[in-house]
Ligand binder design. Structure first.
Ligand SMILES: Cc1ncc(COP(=O)(O)O)c(C=O)c1O
Length: 371
């Protein structure tokens, strides 16, 4: 089995900061130190550490006054929390399809789903790759609907030289254990809007449960100091793999977008060349199975949210008073069931020798399928 580097990276410096934290304090000095460091890192003026990247979305939606009777547009190609945070407010989640070349929410499909009841758009930087933030900010302005950036996977990402944390009404990050900046569990809200910031603070005054404790804040502070170097390493590894897979008959990397000045690479995403594979009598499922047998744990990625039993359940209808439209969306269907392939972020922290081993597995399978 191919062994990626251990994750997370930790040493005595993490312990040092943890020992400085007072576990009895809430929103104390460590929380403030981390918020300041994250604000410096992202240039987002207001930063609130919270318990996770689900409650962060829910808090943002609530602070924007979103609740029963409202509609919120989201992609179906994301983690369930994007959906459930909307449903928990009582608003109706409305799915719009994704783009075939990025797997991120499509601005055109989103515009088609806007109604008189739409109160927010939650767009997700899937895999840590910023979506078309220009197009979504324009849409948000044109229709007067706030954009919420679900940057759960995209810590450190930049679009047109600007941190993803500075876009939209607010951005939401997850620091759960697989994420590129982790405290085991945790989340971060960023906003440039002082009024929204005050509303978020007063929600936390009323109910401080979702605040992030001092010990995880200490861990985030020490982990943040490693993030820039890790980001460089992931980017270099992704570029290396992309360059070597450019002519592959099995897979193709996601399309490049020059406006993405820093991709967070939470996941390394490839698209199966389904037509070429089918012509040779193979499918993505063969590729997944054979890669696993050769020791490379490629993942199939997300199922569409509208296909998940929890989304289709009576519970959603009870929370929102209406049933979300569960009609399959064609681009998401293809990404989920035929094309998408993922490697988790820690593979991108590998050395060139290990990256070459990954490429060798793709090379061997290509020779096997097309000989
Ligand atoms: C896109 C997306 N949104 C929200 C979340 C929720 O974050 P958390 O697990 O910290 O609650 C995640 C976590 O995996 C995510 O990937």
């Amino acid at each position: 089995m191919f062994n990626p580097p251990a994750w997370p990276v930790m040493d005595a410096s993490d312990l040092q900061l943890i020992l400085e934290a007072d576990p009895r304090a809430l929103r104390g000095p460590m929380s403030r130190r981390f918020a300041k460091a994250f604000s410096d890192f992202t240039q987002a003026p207001y930063v609130i550490p919270v318990a996770n990247g689900t409650v962060s979305l829910e808090l943002i939606l609530k602070a924007l006054g979103i609740g029963p009777g409202d509609e919120v547009i989201l992609p179906p190609y994301t983690f369930i929390a994007t959906f459930s945070s909307i449903a928990y407010t009582g608003a109706l989640p409305v799915f719009a399809d994704i783009e075939p070349d990025t797997y991120n929410l499509s601005p055109l499909q989103t515009e088609e789903k806007i109604t008189d009841h739409t109160r927010a758009i939650v767009a997700v930087a899937v895999a840590g790759r910023p979506f078309d933030l220009d197009a979504f900010e324009a849409l948000s302005q044109q229709y007067g609907i706030p954009l919420i950036v679900d940057a759960a996977q995209a810590v450190g990402a930049e679009f047109c030289g600007r941190s993803i944390a500075s876009y939209g009404a607010a951005a939401s990050f997850s620091c759960q254990n697989t994420k590129n900046l982790t405290s085991g569990e945790g989340g971060i809200i960023t906003t440039k809007d002082p009024v929204l910031y005050e509303k978020l603070q007063s929600l936390l005054d009323q109910e401080p449960g979702p605040c992030l404790g001092e010990v995880p804040c200490a861990l985030l502070l020490s982990q943040l100091s490693r993030l820039p170097a890790q980001m460089e390493k992931r980017s270099a590894a992704a570029d290396y793999l992309n360059a070597h897979l450019a002519d592959s008959h099995l897979v193709r990397p996601l399309d490049r977008d020059e406006r993405i000045t820093r991709d967070a690479h939470h996941l390394y995403v490839l698209r199966t060349r389904t037509e070429e594979l089918a012509a040779a009598g193979f499918s993505r499922e063969d590729l997944l199975k054979d890669a696993h047998q050769m020791g490379l744990p490629l993942l199939a990625g997300y199922q569409p949210l509208y296909a998940l039993p929890s989304v289709r359940s009576e519970m959603t209808r009870r929370l929102t008073g209406r049933q979300t439209d569960l009609t399959p969306l064609p681009v998401c269907e293809k990404a989920s069931y035929q094309e998408g392939l993922w490697l988790e972020q820690f593979f991108l922290l590998s050395e060139i020798k290990e990256l070459d081993e990954i490429l060798e597995i793709f090379g061997t399978l290509e020779r096997r399928y097309f000989s």
